[in-house]
Ligand binder design. Structure first.
Ligand code: BJW
Length: 248
């Protein structure tokens, strides 16, 4: 493969699966009997905030006990040693950052931070006091402290960074690379990005355990665990591209 001038990378829950972070739809899409769609919506937060708070607090706490895996490291290496790239993750964990990816656009938000419901200000809140399942926390920005919500994008809300993502995809051209790792293709707008990248001329490559809903959008499909497959693919690409010299 010729050295691309740009690389667009999209990751989903599967990239963190080998770190022990559960995916959404593999365990029947259920959390303690709740459908994910029922705990990841603004209406669930309005109807039953404590259940939603508990769902997110358990996941926020679990972040303290997981580490990046070989797939995160391979993505970071591709970014550091390959052509200019944009890494967009649907994941709310921070494992790409911890693996050394310098810049990550977390389009569905972040578990490490909470958002003030009154001002919209986000704060990193990972102290022991912020991680109680039974009671919510308040902000430090308002005169009368307001309730904080998880700093994530629920169904019906606008994903973050969409103008930047569309701008980057719009600048892809023939011979560029779009790499998608560990996502089921169920959730939009992320599920449409490979199709858009391919339309712009990029070669679309998928690394996923199972065939996703949008498998037809890919020029090359590698089925298997990302931690096993991705390091080899990245090595092969970097080696092939080094023969081409840096792109100008
Ligand atoms: C491995 C592996 C290993 C396992 N190695 N692989 C068009 C059509 C229909 C509906 C819509 C549409 N456009 C919008 C909608 C509505 C809605 C939507 O998509 N609904 C669907 C259910 C149909 N979308 C929205 O509401 C979005 N907002 C929106 O569209 O606003 C309008 C707008 C658009 C554009 C610009 C401006 C405005 C918001 C979506 C928010 C999604 N939020 C969640 C929760 C985030 C917080 C949290 O984490 O709790 O995001 S839902 C959940 O799903 C989470 C994930 O990021 C997301 C995607 O899941 P992902 O990553 O694909 O995980 P899984 O579990 O589904 O799949 C894992 C995959 O990994 C599997 O394939 C495995 O095989 C694989 N795997 N082990 C490699 N070791």
């Amino acid at each position: 493969m010729k050295r691309p001038s740009r690389v667009f990378i999209l990751t989903g829950a599967g990239v963190s699966a080998e770190s022990g972070v559960p995916t959404f739809r593999d365990a029947n899409g259920l959390w303690e009997g709740h459908r994910f769609e029922d705990v990841a919506t603004p209406s669930a937060w309005r109807r039953d905030p404590l259940t939603v708070w508990r769902f997110y607090t358990l996941r926020r706490r679990a972040l303290l006990n997981v580490k990046p895996n070989a797939a995160h490291v391979a993505v970071a290496r591709l970014q550091a040693e390959g052509p200019p790239s944009l890494l967009v993750s649907q994941n709310v964990d921070d494992l790409h950052q911890r693996a050394g990816s310098a810049s990550v656009l977390s389009m569905h938000g972040q578990l490490r931070s909470l958002r003030c419901e009154a001002s919209g200000r986000c704060e990193e809140r990972m102290a022991e006091d912020d991680l109680h399942e039974g009671h919510m926390v308040t902000c430090t920005c308002c005169a009368a402290p307001s309730r904080m919500r998880p700093d994530v994008v629920w169904f019906g809300e606008t994903p973050l960074g969409m103008p930047k993502i569309h701008d980057w995809i719009g600048r892809l051209s023939d011979g560029d690379l779009c790499l998608v790792v560990g996502t089921s293709g169920h959730v939009f707008p992320a599920a449409d990005l490979a199709r858009q990248a391919r339309q712009a001329g990029a070669r679309t490559v998928l690394v996923n355990l199972d065939e996703p809903l949008n498998a037809g959008d890919f020029d090359e499909v590698h089925l298997g665990p990302a931690g096993k497959l991705l390091p080899g693919l990245v090595d092969t690409w970097l080696e092939a591209w080094s023969a081409d010299g840096p792109s100008v």
